[in-house]
Design a binder for this molecule. Structure first.
Ligand SMILES: Nc1ncnc2c1ncn2[C@@H]1O[C@H](COP(=O)(O)OP(=O)(O)OP(=O)(O)O)[C@@H](O)[C@H]1O
Ligand SMILES: Cc1cn([C@H]2C[C@H](O)[C@@H](COP(=O)(O)O)O2)c(=O)[nH]c1=O
Length: 219
């Protein structure tokens, strides 16, 4: 694996996609070969699984099915898209990865953490991110951003996806999960205060990413 795998994590509406796009633009301006992708999704099969997972109609989905569907989507994504891109030396920027399963399914739903990690490891054949940016904001802020974005596109609260519609307690547990992940993996994870304006956040990520790229080249 010659490429670099960078993931963006954080609660729904924290601003991950906004920051991922900004970083992708900066890297492309440097002439780097960048692949932007997301989970669940990234391939045709993974996107079909995404539709099932997030469809608000599927309210009766049991926790086991949810864990396995995210893992199935990830398995296809990793093997069909991410690993070949990394083997070709590309920089892969992924909107969510295994940490999301740990935060949402383990901490959010209460599924056993080691079980979620083991299933994720199997799905991804042990692939780990080189660097993970966790965008951290209070839950009220991320949910307000989410609703504001939805309103801007004419989407009402009932039309939010199945996970976004979960209650504040659930989203608070997810945020705690991300904090625990950061504490467990200080070498890989950078927590970014996302309760600031977009440019300040982007500057911090860019500074860290540049350092990472230099280490990668010299190492
Ligand atoms: N720093 C910021 N300050 C205020 N608003 C922001 C900031 N960053 C992003 N937003 C806005 O918040 C909304 C959510 O941003 P974005 O889609 O990037 O979040 P996300 O974390 O990718 O969401 P999701 O979890 O649903 O994928 C958008 O309307 C975006 O324009
Ligand atoms: C990978 C992954 C994602 N989720 C959740 C997190 C979000 O609520 C949705 C994805 O929607 P987004 O708008 O693309 O962020 O799915 C999860 O619960 N578990 C996972 O492994």
């Amino acid at each position: 694996m010659n490429g670099i795998f960078i993931t963006f994590e954080g609660p729904d509406g924290a601003g991950k996609t906004t920051q991922l796009k900004k970083l992708a633009e900066e890297l492309k301006q440097q002439g780097r070969d960048v692949l932007v992708t997301r989970e669940p999704g990234g391939t045709a099969i993974s996107d079909q699984i995404r539709s099932i997972i997030l469809d608000p109609v599927n309210k009766e989905m049991v926790d086991q099915a949810e864990v396995l569907l995210y893992a199935a989507s990830r398995a296809q994504h990793v093997h069909q898209l991410i690993l070949p891109a990394l083997a070709a030396g590309r920089i892969v920027l992924c909107d969510r990865f295994i940490d999301a399963s740990v935060a949402y399914q383990a901490y959010g739903l209460g599924v056993d953490v080691d079980m979620v990690k083991a299933i994720s490891r199997y799905a991804s054949s042990g692939l780990q991110a080189t660097r993970t940016y966790i965008l951290d904001v209070p839950v009220e802020v991320s949910l307000a951003r989410l609703h504001h974005r939805a309103a801007g596109t004419g989407v009402n609260a009932q039309q939010l996806d199945r996970i976004e519609q979960k209650n504040v307690d659930y989203h608070s547990r997810v945020r705690e999960g991300f904090h625990q992940i950061a504490a467990d993996h200080p070498e890989r994870v950078r927590v970014v205060n996302a309760n600031r304006n977009e440019e300040e956040i982007a500057k911090d990520i860019w500074t860290d990413c540049n350092r990472l790229l230099e280490e990668h080249i010299s190492g």
